[in-house]
Design a protein around this ligand. Structure first.
Ligand SMILES: Cc1ncc(COP(=O)(O)O)c(C=O)c1O
Length: 436
């Protein structure tokens, strides 16, 4: 039983937990997000897809017909690898990004988050190195921490991961006598950086990793949500059949509540992933998979993705316009051509994490940059999401944020390095759903 001592809750189980739980600590900013979810706060923090454009009547019809016609199968246990019909359809979805995969090498997962978990479980021993972009998706960092991986970050610029930096990082890890198992990368409309890996760099990144015997974990939930033209070919489409584990998801292109994602793996790895999945969940939910399969077969899902894209483009424009009009001098940000996120760099030595309580008091929320690093980087960064609020709310949120920043800059200029520009204590954030 937890006991209360001088206002601090002590956990009486501490000396019984497995060592792997040591990396699992609740984020200090969780409590703030509880406040941030109040209606008066404009939250530019969460990465929840906007489902207002989804035709719920049509989805309801799909669900109703499924239960009526194949209810006893849909409500039964299914295969550990996932529904064969869905796996074939997933190959058609991946083909849109140039990926030629066999349904036999696809494992359906409970969102791509479970795919991250399975891949890490299968490849990582405590102390193994994962090379990950700086910054990286907070949910992936949480998984890597849970399996006691050492995350070594590699630099990005406005064109994504920097190949030269990757070469140097691999060499440095080798010199330190440690073993890097894979590179974790989000090549399209990066969460949180908002950038995409340039076409020409994709072949280079694959070549560098293949030469070093490093797998590429290509996490691509946003690839079909680009605003400018057709998708760029995936890394997995460039010949990396045995070098790339490709993760996909229906969370951003259909509905996250169905928790349906997948991994396309080299054939040998596929078997290990299925065994790991069976040990964790027996099988992914048959019902959800069949809903997704029916939706893909009977509805204009590509047209629907087009509708989502238009919604997000309008919101991206609202955010970039207001940032351009309102941000104080010295603030910079990325200009995403798809996806959900803008990555902001604050002027001078302002600290986004220390500034967050003040921002929430001013009724605007964001995710501080430190959440997206396994080390102490990211203090002068924050992530803004434009996916969920209306364009009007986005403008209002940016206006409030600009007000907070102006106050901070003024305070700093008056009093020097105190207040929100103090250095925050470095910590690895454990993700909360608001931060995804
Ligand atoms: C880069 C990235 N990978 C994986 C996920 C997990 O998505 P899901 O488990 O819903 O498929 C997310 C969710 O935000 C994400 O942004």
């Amino acid at each position: 039983m937890a006991e209360q001592s001088r206002g601090v809750v002590l956990d009486a189980f501490t000396d019984r937990y497995a060592a792997r739980t040591h990396g699992m600590t609740a984020s200090e900013i969780r409590a703030l997000f509880a406040v941030a979810s109040r209606p008066e706060v404009v939250s530019l923090a969460g990465g929840m897809p906007n489902l207002t454009a989804l035709p719920l009547d049509a989805v309801g019809k799909v669900v109703g017909e499924l239960v009526a016609s194949r209810g006893t199968t849909a409500l039964q246990y299914g295969s550990g690898q996932g529904d064969p019909v869905l796996r074939e359809l997933i190959c058609e979805v991946m083909a849109l990004e140039g990926v030629q995969g066999s349904p036999d090498d696809v494992v359906v997962t409970v969102g791509s988050q479970q795919a991250l978990d399975l891949v890490t479980r299968v490849f990582i021993d405590p102390g193994d190195v994962v090379i990950a972009e700086a910054p990286s998706y907070v949910g992936a960092l949480g998984t890597f921490a849970a399996y006691q991986a050492d995350v070594v970050h590699v630099a990005m610029d406005e064109h994504g991961l920097v190949p030269e930096a990757l070469r140097e990082t691999i060499a440095a890890v080798q010199r330190s006598g440690r073993r890097a198992k894979f590179l974790y990368t989000v090549p399209n409309f990066h969460n949180p950086a908002g950038t995409s890996l340039a076409d020409a760099r994709r072949d280079e990144v694959l070549a560098i990793c293949s030469a070093a015997g490093l797998l590429v974990l290509e996490d691509n939930p946003y690839g079909l949500l680009g605003f400018d033209g057709p998708p760029v070919r995936a890394i997995r489409a460039r010949g990396g059949e045995d070098d790339v584990l490709y993760l996909g998801s229906f969370s951003k292109t259909f509905a996250p509540g169905l928790r349906t994602g997948w991994v396309l793996a080299p054939h040998a790895v596929r078997e290990k992933l299925v065994l790991a999945a069976e040990a964790a969940v027996l099988c992914p939910p048959a019902f959800n998979q069949m809903v997704v399969a029916e939706y893909l077969q009977t509805q204009d899902w590509q047209g629907q993705i087009g509708a989502f894209r238009e919604q997000y483009r309008e919101r991206r424009d609202a955010m970039l316009d207001s940032l351009g009009q309102l941000m104080p001098e010295g603030t910079t940000w990325t200009r995403p051509t798809g996806g959900f996120y803008v990555w902001v760099t604050l002027p001078g030595d302002l600290d986004a994490k220390v500034m967050l309580p003040r921002a929430v008091t001013e009724r605007v929320a964001y995710v501080p940059g430190t959440a997206f690093f396994a080390d102490e980087q990211g203090r002068s960064n924050l992530r803004l999401s434009y996916c969920y609020p209306t364009p009007e709310r986005i403008r209002e949120g940016v206006r409030r944020l600009a007000g907070v920043l102006e106050q901070e800059v003024e305070l700093r200029d008056t009093f020097g390095a105190t207040g929100s520009f103090r250095l925050a204590r470095p910590s690895a954030e454990t993700p909360s759903p608001d931060m995804q």
